[in-house]
Write a protein that binds this ligand. Structure first.
Ligand code: BGC
Length: 442
């Protein structure tokens, strides 16, 4: 891979990093913002989830604005939003102000969750495109780890510790904004804007002289058809089954409970008797597990296939959740085993549903409907994420940890069975081969 492509990917991955950072940073602050803003459990759920409402808007906004103003400009706008959100939430003295700042951050996360992978895919030479979807997940989990780590370092800085935790995000936001000046606009977008000459110059740099002309031709062809695609095409009889699979997988990725752990881990640890400092240290262990097992998934996903990873990963997650639930039922939550089951659960998620859902959702749809199909699936992912995050503190309080984690375990089992029965294997085929195969299958 040439240096130019690598630089472009790293810059775009900063969007994924901010996505991960912004969604996870809240976990280290909740034990401090809850008393500061006087929040009930339900109030805390809404406050943590405020970002997610922004995400849903951000995904729709990015789909339209990215086509109108270009991927690069809209990512720059997202960087600005990340910056404003960091300053705003860190300086908030009222709950309303805090919520508005978090929702603005959410808009930025929504934009980054669509445009970062889209921008990388549109600039990457074809032979690297497959692994880049997983690279985006890696950037997300690194962002989460950075958030956990900086939260841990800042927890001892006094009453304003949560403000410093939130302010940290301003730094990568500035970095993303300025580094975007170094990268080109997406050639695909340039072609759509009748700027084929500029697109060709970029393709020469990313794919080399020989392939560039041919690639430009293919982009022009795809865009010709792409322009005619509308959202209602997604409900055509051939596409509908793919849309349903995409939506169900996206929803399963969330309702198996990953973000109850990612967002609320310190609270879970604190509720079983750990101090805030230790809780945050354990949370860093979660972040590291996330990164290591995402790397493992990247090594396995093309060899063993998406289905195998998803089926075994969910079964592993189920086992860990059953263990966690049993600890709560037996009132044995004060020992190391809580951490062991949580880390085991994260490891299985990171090696399966974490990257594989994004990969399958990106592979399922035919070329001309990919962005529209993906955006519908990703919006449902964020909606599911919001519902789980809002209800989790209430579930934990009303149902107890035992029943709550048992419910998530049953959902993991349902996911394994669903993938086994309904999700096609997508490994090792070109997107066009897949398009042909899936259109015959459904
Ligand atoms: C999920 C996020 C989650 C992250 C954690 C992503 O694939 O979509 O909701 O926070 O993984 O690993």
């Amino acid at each position: 891979m040439n240096r130019y492509v690598l630089m472009i990917s790293v810059v775009a991955a900063l969007g994924g990093l901010l996505f991960g950072f912004d969604t996870a940073v809240i976990s280290g602050t909740i034990n401090f913002i809850q008393p500061y803003f006087g929040l009930s459990e339900a109030g805390l759920g809404w406050t943590v989830s405020s970002l997610l409402f922004g995400c849903i808007g951000g995904v729709f906004f990015a789909g339209k604005a990215g086509d109108h103003y270009g991927r690069k400009k809209v990512l720059m706008f997202a960087a600005l939003l990340f910056f404003i959100s960091a300053i705003g939430s860190a300086s908030a003295h009222s709950l309303l102000y805090f919520l508005i700042a978090r929702i603005l951050g959410g808009l930025a996360v929504g934009v980054a969750s669509i445009l970062s992978p889209m921008y990388i895919a549109e600039l990457a030479p074809a032979q690297y495109r497959g692994s880049l979807v997983s690279l985006n997940q890696l950037a997300i989990v690194v962002g989460i780890l950075v958030a956990f780590f900086s939260n841990y370092l800042l927890v001892g800085t006094g009453v304003n510790n949560w403000r410093w935790m939130l302010l940290v995000m301003a730094a990568p936001a500035v970095l993303l904004f300025f580094s975007l000046f170094l990268v080109p606009e997406s050639p695909r977008w340039l072609v759509a804007r009748m700027r084929s000459r500029e697109a060709l110059n970029i393709l020469i740099k990313t794919s080399g002289e020989e392939l560039a002309g041919c690639e430009l031709h293919q982009i022009e062809e795809t865009l010709k058809i792409h322009q005619e695609a509308v959202f209602s095409d997604l409900i055509q009889s051939k596409i509908r089954p793919l849309l349903i699979i995409g939506i169900i997988l996206a929803v399963f990725q969330q309702i198996t409970g990953i973000n109850t752990i990612m967002y609320y881990a310190p609270k879970i640890f604190a509720s079983v008797g750990d101090s805030n400092g230790t809780a945050l240290l354990q949370t860093i262990a979660i972040g590291c597990t996330n990164v290591i097992f995402t790397l493992i998934a990247m090594a396995l996903i093309d060899r063993f296939g998406r289905r195998l990873l998803l089926i075994f990963g969910s079964a592993g997650m189920m086992t860990m959740l059953l263990g966690l639930s049993a600890l709560y039922f037996m009132k044995q939550t004060s020992g190391i085993m809580v951490l062991v089951f949580i880390l085991g659960y994260i490891a299985f998620f990171s090696a399966s549903l974490g990257p594989a859902v994004w990969v399958v959702v990106a592979e399922l749809f035919p070329n001309r409907l990919r962005s529209k199909g993906m955006s519908v699936a990703i919006v449902t992912l964020w909606i599911a994420c919001t519902i789980v995050s809002v209800t989790f503190p209430i579930m934990l309080q009303k149902l107890s940890g035992g029943i709550t984690f048992l419910i998530f375990a049953v959902i993991c089992l349902a996911n394994s069975l669903y993938v086994w029965q309904f999700v096609p294997e997508t490994k090792g085929k070109t997107l066009e081969e897949l398009e042909f195969e899936l259109s015959k299958k459904f």
